[in-house]
Design a protein around this ligand. Structure first.
Ligand SMILES: [Ca+2]
Ligand SMILES: [Ca+2]
Ligand SMILES: [Ca+2]
Length: 152
């Protein structure tokens, strides 16, 4: 559910809507701006580390029926309500979060995600790890940008 909040931040950024029609994706400055906002909204205690608890808190936000897992339906429902123009990213992002591929996001998936975000493998997700991880994800998904904009 991390990118869930991330997506909300992206959609609320004026620069994003101004970029519609540029099918090559966001500029480097826009990537950094979005990751900055995601980091700030995720790292709730304002230290230099994203803790497991902070990650769990973010993702719980998307668990609409509060049963401890986030289904693909819950995820896409959330995006449909908040940022319908970004649905083109929804399934790719969900697949990233659903580390074990069972189509439910649970705490186990989050723990695996946390390990993936810990790029340097020292056991905690530093600000540097976080930025490196999301830069990689956003570049990997750039080809999806612009798909589905006809919906809006
Ligand atoms: Ca923190
Ligand atoms: Ca799963
Ligand atoms: Ca680390």
């Amino acid at each position: 559910m991390i990118s869930f909040l991330f997506i909300v931040c992206v959609a609320s950024t004026p620069a994003y809507s101004q970029n519609h029609g540029h099918h090559e994706g966001l500029t480097e400055d826009q990537y950094q701006e979005h990751i900055d906002k995601y980091w700030t909204s995720s790292n709730t205690d304002n230290d230099d580390v994203l803790s497991v608890a902070e990650l769990h808190t973010i993702l719980a936000y998307y668990d609409l029926n509060k049963d401890g897992t986030i289904t693909r339906h819950e995820y896409t429902t959330f995006l449909s309500a908040q940022t319908p123009e970004l649905l083109s990213y929804a399934h790719a992002l969900y697949d990233i979060y659903d580390a074990d591929g069972d189509h439910h996001l649970g705490m186990q998936d989050l723990d695996e995600l946390y390990a993936k975000m810990d790029i340097d493998g020292d056991g905690t997700v530093s600000k540097t790890d976080f930025y490196n991880f999301w830069n990689q994800i956003l570049h990997d998904l750039a080809h999806l940008h612009g798909h589905g904009h006809h919906l809006g």
